[in-house]
Design a protein around this ligand. Structure first.
Ligand code: PMP
Length: 412
């Protein structure tokens, strides 16, 4: 890894140096929704389209062969990133949502039955709730939700009440996209395995902050999206343990996923093709490897040190703003996501007024309506940080919050 130089990192992301119409510098604090892309990713897609683009896994001609080679290089980069055993376990999907739907629909439809239980929890993103609801309705399996502690962590003390021999799946987010909570995957994996449940990880929010070792953590399925880890939209990853992917049926049928097609039946291709029906997002899947290489080269330790310093500063500074309530745990248990409300101000008004100062944050329920219900709020404001954010941007956020308070006459 090279020396950490935040100015260099920022200059790798062309969009960050943009000025708004009024001359203001953009302060992008919505990377939890989708991260910005470094030049290396943009260049790679241009390279694919301008030098050797063709459909994948079909042509024997030179472009086709080059595309296949690039895709397999990217797949290998993802395998290394997750420390998966084999590239057969790395499936290109359209994103986290699709990956989790494949697990719920394809694995779930075959292996879940009436009386079985799927253990979720109150902080999950809708993408890790709704697919399970759909398959539960179909199979008669029951969903259970581990409650949270007051400060927005999984209430591990209550795990024994919720795990039993009927639990077939424990599915959890590695990092909450609202609370910022980083969940203890090792503890949860062990707990799942003691009752023979499959351990599923929604890594969408965690991966831009650190790699996850699927073997060390004994993970059965894991999902993430390219666009949150500085890659493109339209591509994501499903990791599945090889024997599990082997024994479950495909979800989508079509081209490339077959071995033989007859008029009355078909047989499936081997892994990972069995789960890659149709034309995959070729350029996006290739550039995803570049996005991961980019962070590998910066050095995950450097990135984490920078984000921790930034988080500590944001945490301390946000508390100085009157009327602010930050949700979720203390600094030790969270990553660089801060969701908050401000007394007397609607989250949408806050987001609008922050925008006037060039500070881009998200407001609303952040696809976590059950969590907002538990917290007894309808919406919150979320400032989320990536490794390209700076202390000066924290200062800009705080200044914009004071501007908001003035505008809304909250200081009277
Ligand atoms: N899970 C979590 C924790 C997320 O933050 C997101 C993205 N907001 C998703 C799942 C869904 O990801 P995508 O929309 O890319 O499928």
């Amino acid at each position: 890894a090279t020396e950490w130089n935040i100015n260099q990192v920022r200059s790798d992301f062309p969009i960050l140096s943009q000025k708004l119409e009024n001359g203001q510098q953009v302060v992008f604090l919505d990377s939890a929704a989708s991260a910005q892309k470094p030049t290396i990713v943009l260049d790679k897609e241009r390279e694919v389209y301008s030098q050797y683009y063709a459909n994948a896994y079909r042509g024997v001609y030179e472009f086709g062969a080059k595309v296949d080679e690039e895709l397999e290089t990217s797949r290998e980069t993802v395998r290394e990133f997750l420390n998966a055993n084999s590239t057969n376990e790395i499936v290109f999907t359209s994103g986290t949502t699709m990956s989790l739907n494949v697990v719920a629909q394809a694995w779930g439809r075959k292996f879940l039955k009436e009386g079985d239980e799927v253990l979720l929890n109150e902080m999950e993103h809708h993408a890790n709730i709704v697919p399970w609801q759909m398959i539960a309705q179909e199979t008669g399996a029951k969903l259970r939700y581990l409650p949270l502690t007051e400060d927005g962590q999984l209430d591990l003390g209550r795990l024994p009440e919720f795990l039993n021999e009927r639990t077939k799946v424990l599915s959890v987010t590695a990092m909450s996209n609202m609370l910022g909570t980083i969940n203890p995957l090792e503890v949860l994996s062990k707990a799942a395995k003691t009752v023979g449940a499959k351990f599923v990880v929604d890594a969408a929010q965690y991966v831009p902050h650190g790699p996850i070792d699927v073997q060390a953590l004994d993970i059965d399925f894991l999902a993430f999206s390219g666009h949150k880890i500085f890659g493109s939209t339209g591509v994501g990853i499903l990791y599945g343990r090889e024997n599990l992917l082997e024994e479950m049926p495909p979800l989508l049928g079509g081209g490339h996923m077959i071995s033989e097609v007859h008029l009355d039946h078909s047989t499936w291709a081997g892994l990972p093709a069995k789960f890659e029906a149709g034309t995959i997002p070729i350029a996006q899947a290739i550039s995803l490897g570049k996005a991961i290489n980019y962070v590998n080269d910066l050095g995950w330790e450097n990135l984490q040190r920078h984000e921790q310093e930034l988080s500590a500063y944001a945490w301390e500074q946000l508390q100085t703003v009157p009327g602010i309530k930050i949700y979720g745990p203390g600094l030790k248990e969270r990553g660089a996501i801060f969701s908050f409300t401000m007394e007397g101000a609607h989250p949408e008004d806050i987001a609008q007024l922050l925008n006037r100062k060039g500070v881009f944050v998200r407001h609303g329920h952040h696809c976590t309506m059950p969590l907002h219900n538990v917290l007894n709020i309808t919406a919150s404001v979320r400032a989320s940080f990536a490794m390209y954010n700076t202390r000066e941007e924290v200062d800009a956020l705080i200044a914009a919050l004071h501007f908001t308070r003035e505008r809304l006459r909250l200081n009277r």
